[in-house]
Write a protein that binds this ligand. Structure first.
Ligand SMILES: [Zn+2]
Length: 801
């Protein structure tokens, strides 16, 4: 990343750290230890609005973005497990700047032995290593990934100078590309595919070469051609290398891609098939039937796929796909593919029907037949309601070695049933079932974030993973009330929120600690809390939809999201962004004390009697209680006088005169105030976790009624550590509880109830049996008379049991 960009992020980290003590920058709190958790972000922490992205968080009146179109011919070499291609890239410079060079992404170079990604990996210092790590280390000695054979020319075929910088490629143009002009660049390339299960990654191949398998492979092509890097209004060229975690930020464009594969392969790809005649008449008829079908229809049946597995075609066929306004292009190819499809109707005259399609080998059945395509349809339905209708003609789910990854109209998803090696029994785990539905929702959901709302994944993981995981959670809950959703429920984020090994969400993707909790779970939970607890559904849904629609097919930054959510909901949320996105605070609000008070009537008859009752309620002197001998006053009546007959609670004549005088002086409303009989309850709250949040307070009364008060977060604005809050009622309070519905991710529930409750728990009994018996394990024993060992006879040993 450029130094300017790095400085900005360092600045944010600093702001987050400094917020703990005092605000950084020109404004400093140097007296006391007051922390302003409500300090406005606008004007200090957020970038100044521009004509390109305005102060409301919307694209500005001079918003621009580049457009890059691709025409590619590619060839899959099945035997060599490699891809080669020729591409014609047309770069439309819509920026106001003239460009001397173009930067492209060579993500495959991440797999070169000397890449930043490969050499920059660390391992845990413990004495363990995974089997996959050993296999990977062995493979990297004999195999190396990355692009090779690169040639670059201009549209007329004249060579252009180019420079490879790790996973980036700079192409020096013959003449600067003026604002508003276009240029054509032609690139030839090739690279070996990754064996995904050995090397890891978001594409590659998987072969079924075990003795009981058919010997065929699945090929998944992604990040497979040199793609234009982003040139943006806020960062210029985005030139941070791909080092593994921060994914891709790309430009929209139109694609025309021809893919040559073995003649018996079935190909799935971004976009629509432009030469449908490559399919048989029967397959085309099935596709037509699938458009209106209620259940997925096989386009390639399991029987047809199994037949294809048995032979191996000698020739090749070329599948051609076109896609408009997409930010990337991926494809998959195999003779093993079963293909099913189902039309999904949506309320959009531009795209009234989307073809949901799944491609999978027989090893993925019967899970995939049952759930993949239906999960795509469900995603289109739910995300369409939360954000916008799906704008593309197809949405596809492909089974292979990649656990879960998204590309435009294409997703790679991993879960499969398991086959017992000995018995051949086919089963699947609950984890695989919900894992498949969940991952298909998630990856297809990425169509919205970031494939269409085109945030910068390489910098901000939460912007796509977080918002998408939030909608995944909503979609899972709408699939099944009891869906075992992994991320989204506030109570599930607590363990992470209190952990030490973490950084604020506003941290670069490649520098995140606990990637899944940070990039996915925390922002998703923050959105659930923002929707259910802070804004309410109506305001949240309006603002979230506004954000999605404003930035549909455009490039938002975090500040565009923050500004839009505030501007559209009409609610200041700076404290929320500070707490959940700029800090590592957690939620833990303790209800420390409740006081029941009433107004002092000033009437000595009432007040002195009340004080006397209080005094009597006290336990009194232990010394007096234990003294057995009568006191002087008890023994000798002559020592008793006026002061023994009265006490400090006795109402005097002067008391009565004072009260009378007061009554004459009081205005009627003042007299009424003194006669006010309601209870004043004073609740003392302590903010243990540091994150300011609304206080959801449930009150139980003596008459059996209950009431829940939702105290806004602003209650913490003058003191974010400890506050006292008042509630006035004629009813008598018996108990109170903070966050009774567990909606705020409050980390310690033991300090929520007043009076405190006893916490139930289970004590696991430690196994204290003796350790290993090396003598017995060596099939040896001793006799009662000798320490000399002798072999245990096998059948003898069995008898002893
Ligand atoms: Zn994701």
């Amino acid at each position: 990343m450029r130094s300017a960009g790095f400085g900005r992020i360092a600045g944010m980290m600093m702001a987050a750290v400094m917020a703990v003590a005092a605000h950084a920058g020109p404004i400093e709190q140097t007296k006391g230890d007051f922390v302003d958790k409500f300090r406005q972000l606008e004007g200090e922490d957020w970038p100044t609005p521009t004509d390109y992205r305005n102060a409301a968080g919307a694209p500005g009146h001079r918003y621009w973005q580049q457009k890059v179109d691709y025409r590619i011919t590619a060839r899959l070499d099945e035997a060599a497990r490699s891809i080669s291609g020729n591409q014609t890239l047309t770069y439309h410079n819509n920026s106001p700047d003239s460009l001397k060079y173009l930067w492209l992404l060579l993500d495959q170079n991440n797999q070169k032995r000397n890449s930043i990604g490969e050499l920059g990996e660390t391992v845990s210092a413990g004495g363990e290593i995974g089997m996959t790590q050993v296999r990977r280390a062995m493979r990297m000695k004999e195999w190396e990934g990355g692009f090779s054979g690169l040639t670059v020319t201009d549209g007329a075929g004249r060579p252009l100078k180019f420079t490879v910088v790790d996973s980036l490629l700079r192409i020096d143009l013959a003449a600067p590309l003026a604002s508003g002009a276009s240029t054509v660049v032609k690139i030839a390339f090739s690279f070996p595919l990754i064996e995904t299960r050995v090397i890891g990654g978001r594409s590659g191949y998987e072969c079924f070469t075990k003795p009981d398998q058919d010997g065929n492979c699945l090929f998944l092509a992604a990040q497979w051609f040199p793609r234009a890097a982003v040139y943006s209004d806020y960062e210029g060229w985005h030139n941070k290398a791909f080092i593994g975690d921060g994914e891709f930020t790309l430009e929209f464009g139109d694609y025309d891609v021809s893919i040559s594969v073995p003649a018996d392969h079935v190909v799935s790809a971004t976009g629509e098939l432009a030469n449908p005649e490559i399919l048989s008449a029967a397959q085309r008829a099935r596709l037509a039937q699938a458009r209106t079908a209620k259940e997925p229809v096989y386009i390639v049946t399991p029987a047809e796929a199994e037949a294809a597995e048995k032979g191996k075609a000698s020739g090749t066929r070329t599948w051609r796909f076109t896609a408009k306004n997409v930010r990337d292009f991926a494809w998959a190819s195999s003779r093993k593919f079963i293909w099913d499809a189902m039309g999904v109707r949506q309320d959009d005259p531009a795209v009234p029907l989307v073809m949901a399609m799944s491609f999978y080998p027989k090893e993925a059945r019967p899970l995939w037949d049952a759930y993949s395509t239906k999960s795509i349809a469900h995603t289109i339905d739910v995300y369409g309601k939360f954000a916008f209708t799906y704008p593309y003609p197809t949405a596809q789910s492909i089974n292979g070695p990649v656990g879960g990854m998204e590309y435009p109209m294409m997703t790679f998803n991993g879960p499969r049933p398991v086959k017992d090696k000995k018995t051949g029994q086919l089963t699947y785990t609950e984890r695989a079932k919900y894992g498949l539905i969940g991952v298909v929702i998630h990856e297809v959901g990425h169509s919205w974030f970031p494939m269409i709302v085109n945030s910068d994944e390489r910098q901000w993981t939460w912007m796509d993973e977080g918002l998408n995981t939030f909608l995944q959670f909503e979609a899972e809950r709408q699939w099944d009330k009891n869906f075992p959703a992994r991320r989204g429920e506030p109570k599930d984020i607590v363990e992470y929120m209190v952990s030490q090994d973490q950084v604020p969400l506003m941290t670069h993707s490649d520098s995140l600690l606990q990637f899944g909790n940070n990039g996915y779970a925390k922002p998703a939970t923050a959105m659930v809390i923002l929707r259910e607890t802070i804004l309410g559904r109506e305001l949240f849904d309006f603002a979230f939809k506004e954000y999605a629609r404003r930035w549909r097919f455009k490039r938002p930054t975090p500040y565009d999201f923050f500004r839009t959510m505030e501007e559209a909901s009409g609610v200041d949320l700076d404290w929320f962004w500070r707490g959940w996105f700029y800090s590592t605070d957690h939620v833990d609000i303790s209800l420390d004390k409740v006081i029941e008070a009433r107004v002092d009537t000033r009437n000595p008859e009432i007040e002195k009697a009340w004080s006397k009752e209080r005094s009597k309620a006290e336990p009194g002197s232990l010394t007096v209680a234990r003294n057995r001998e009568p006191t002087v006053v008890e023994r000798d009546p002559a020592t008793r006088d006026f002061y023994d007959e009265t006490d400090r609670f006795t109402v005097t004549a002067e008391d009565r005169r004072e009260y009378k005088k007061l009554q004459e002086k009081l205005e009627p409303e003042e007299a009424a105030a003194l006669a006010f009989k309601d209870h004043f309850y004073h609740f003392s709250f302590r903010n243990v976790g540091g994150l300011v949040m609304p206080i959801i307070l449930k009150l139980d009364f003596a008459d059996g009624s209950t009431e829940t008060v939702r105290i806004p977060a602003e209650v913490w604005r003058r003191n974010s550590k400890a506050i006292t809050w008042q509630y006035v009622t004629p009813k008598t309070l018996t108990a109170a509880e903070v966050d009774p519905l567990w909606e705020t991710a409050d980390a310690d529930r033991n300090n929520n109830a007043y009076p405190r409750r006893i916490t139930p728990a289970v004590l696991k009994v430690r196994d204290e049996r003796e350790g290993d018996n090396r003598m017995a394990d060596s099939d040896l024993e001793v006799t009662p008379d000798s320490l000399k060992t002798r072999p245990i006879k096998k059948d003898e040993k069995k008898d002893q049991k």
